[in-house]
Write a protein that binds this ligand. Sequence first.
Ligand code: EPZ
Length: 419
Amino acid sequence: MGDKLLINGGRKLFGEIRVEGAKNGILPILAGVVLCDGEIELENCVDILDVRCMREILKLLNISTFDFGSTLYINTKNIKNEKITHDLTQKVRASIFLMGALLGRFRKVSIAFPGGCKIGARPIDIHLKGLKTLGVKIVERHGYIYCNASDIKSGEVVLDFPSVGATESLMMCACLVKGKTKLFGVAKEPEIVCLQDFLNKMGAKISGAGTDCIEIVGVKKLHGGRFKVIPDRIVAGTYLLAVATCGGDVTVKGALAKHNEALVSFLKQTACKIDVFSDRIRLKADKRLLSIDKIQTLPYPFFPTDLQPQMMVLQSVSEGSSAIQENIFESRFALVPELNKMGANIVVKDRTAFVKGVEKLYGADVSASDLRAGAGLVIAGMKAEGYTTISNVQYVDRGYEEIEKKFSSLGADIKRKKD
Ligand code: EPZ
């Protein structure tokens, strides 16, 4: 059944909290280490389920990892190219990044289709189309993908959609391919820039991450080294939305305002008091906030899909009504029935959730269905009057390190009940 969180809601949040390293920065880098021959020290790492799953896959590839504090030490000297099986890939979507990285290093890979949160079909057609454009031969059979890149060449790839994963996979695959590869229509998330910076630190020649076009000049090999991961903008945004929803006064240390511009601009419309500094963001909310009438999720730098459930919780108790349109994933409203159980008033029509703000939420027994919906339920439980029990907390643990301890440090009454 998994652990549960028990929350006694209705308390405001006060204090300071430091944001940890970015999950979606670390995961592609843990695939990228396959390209490097040597020892890597990855600073500002986090101990979350998705990172543990990726480390399990690296172990299969005979890559050793050990963590000391928030630094992960990785040694790829004895790497072996092994078939990556379904039992490993179904646990973490980021396993798919290994396809591009292993092709870059060994020109061959056998890997099962990836898993990940149930927020949509999550196809990998853009990944595969890009690899085929570079001359990779691909056979899909019985849930596995068999790629042969002996004839891979540098070239130009235009992505049909700015897919984060496809951008990262293709960047990694082209790193060790002779010549200049250009990727157009790429994703521009800060985690893409973080991956570029990591690979360049290890000897790659990549430029343009964060813009519409990324250029990779192939090099012979990548070496080891030390790298510090960027802070997690989604965890930072989760903390800000929690204090906006519950009320209080919280400073999120390490939050980079430039990575959260869309969220900050929305929050400024709600009548909370938000102060932005170079390396932290402070939010004060001492009364019921105003609704934001229209919100839509779009690729970076617009409002991120990974904060949509948490924003929905804020809108569910704000004054007025809000229409939240989810444009990135086709089924990312799993939170709605659980929130309505707690007294929210939300109706979903196609890709839009129509939220009528209510004065109060009431504690209930609810269940997490995916990572960010689970984070939304934690915020709802801390806001609600009375007791809330959240089951399937393993989903939340995929992306948040000891979430109950973090919010307890800000005054929430939240405990974990181990399974
Ligand atoms: C990354 O997922 C993130 N995960 C997701 O975060 C994030 O929500 C997403 O990017 C969008 O920003 C990691 O970085 C590990 P996509 P990814 O490829 O790469 C469609 C979280 O909560 N698509 O940008 O899987 C796809 O179905 C997670 O931390 C194709 O159609 O996302 C989706 O509708 C959830 N074909 C859209 O594009 C493809 O080949 C965006 O997907 C690839 C994607």
